[in-house]
Design a protein around this ligand. Sequence first.
Ligand SMILES: NC(=O)c1ccc[n+]([C@@H]2O[C@H](COP(=O)([O-])OP(=O)(O)OC[C@H]3O[C@@H](n4cnc5c(N)ncnc54)[C@H](OP(=O)(O)O)[C@@H]3O)[C@@H](O)[C@H]2O)c1
Length: 299
Amino acid sequence: MTILVTGATGNVGRHVVDLLVRAGVDVRATSRNPESLDLPAEVDVRRADLTDPKTFEQALQGVEKIFLYAQPSGIEGVVEVAKAAGVKYAVLLSSMAAAGRDPDHWIARWHRAVEDSIEQSGLAWTFVRPGPFAVNSLQWAPSIRDHQPVRILYAHSYLSAIHELDIAEVSTCALLQDGHAGARYHITGGDSVTQAEQVALIGQAIGRELAFEDVTGDDARAELRERFGPRIQVLIQTGVLDPMATPEIIETRIRYYVEALEGPAEIDGTVEKVLGKPARTFAEWAVDHKADFTKRSVS
Ligand SMILES: NC(=O)c1ccc[n+]([C@@H]2O[C@H](COP(=O)([O-])OP(=O)(O)OC[C@H]3O[C@@H](n4cnc5c(N)ncnc54)[C@H](OP(=O)(O)O)[C@@H]3O)[C@@H](O)[C@H]2O)c1
C-alpha cells in the first residue's frame, strides 16, 4: 500500500512521514519545494502544490490513501485527480474551528470548505480537528533565545494546546487502522494551562526563569493586525474573505482570548480513545522543544 503525505515539511506532516516509514509503509511525500525536504531515504519525494491540482496527477499514481493539508483553493481539482488515480481514503488535517460556534469565522470557513469537498467527493475520509497547537509557542523562541521578556497576548488565558506528535499519531492511526472512516476527531492537548504558565514551563525545560509582558486591549489589537495582515490579504485576494470582515477577525480573536481568561480550557478524551494513551501535556512539549528555545538556527 502506498500512502501520500502532503505537507511533509510541516510540523504534523513530517511526523506522519516518520510514523508511516516506521510502520513499514511505502510512503510518497510532496512539497512545493521538495529540495528543502530532509526525509528518510526510502521516501519517494515529489513536487506538488495543492492550489494546482494537475501537479498531483503523477504523484498520486498508485496511491491508495492520502494525508491532506487544508487548502480550499484547488481542493475540488485535487479530489478529482485523486479519485481518477484510484485513491480511496483521505485523512484531512482540519481544525476544531470547523465545528466551532462561530461558523462564519474565516478559519472555520477555510477548513469547512475543504471538508465539504472531500465529503461530497465519494472518497472515504477522517477529519482530524485539533485545537490550538503547542507549536504556536515557538513564536516566543526569538525573545527567549535573546533573553528578552516574552510578549504574550492575554497571558492569563487558558489553552489545552496539543503536541504535533499527538496529531500525527491520531492521523497515522486513521491511515493505518480500520474503523476511522467518517470520524471527525476533535482533539486537544492533555492539560489546560495559561499562556503565562506555558512560558514558565518552557523556562523549567531550559533551566531559566523567563519574564513576560501581558499584552491586552488596543496593544493586542495592533499586534494581531500585524500578525494576521499578510494572511488576511491573501484570503481577500483569493475571494475566501470579504475585505469588510477584517476588523471582525481581530475582534473575534480578542473575544476568544477574553473568554479564555475564565478557564480552564476543555480537555477532550479523543486522543486517548484513539491511541490508548493520554494526550501529551504542555510540559512534555516544552521538554521536546528545548533546543528551539536555546539554540540559534543557522540560516
Ligand atoms: N496552528 C494551530 O493552532 C492550528 C490549529 C488547528 C488546525 N491547524 C491546521 O494545521 C495547519 C498547520 O499545520 P502544521 O503546523 O503542521 O503546518 P506548518 O508547519 O505550518 O506547514 C505547513 C505545511 O503546509 C504545506 N502547504 C502549504 N500550502 C501548500 C500548498 N499550496 N500545497 C501543498 N502544500 C502546502 C507546506 O508544504 P510545503 O511548503 O513544503 O509545500 C507545509 O508542509 C494549519 O494550516 C491549519 O490547517 C492549525
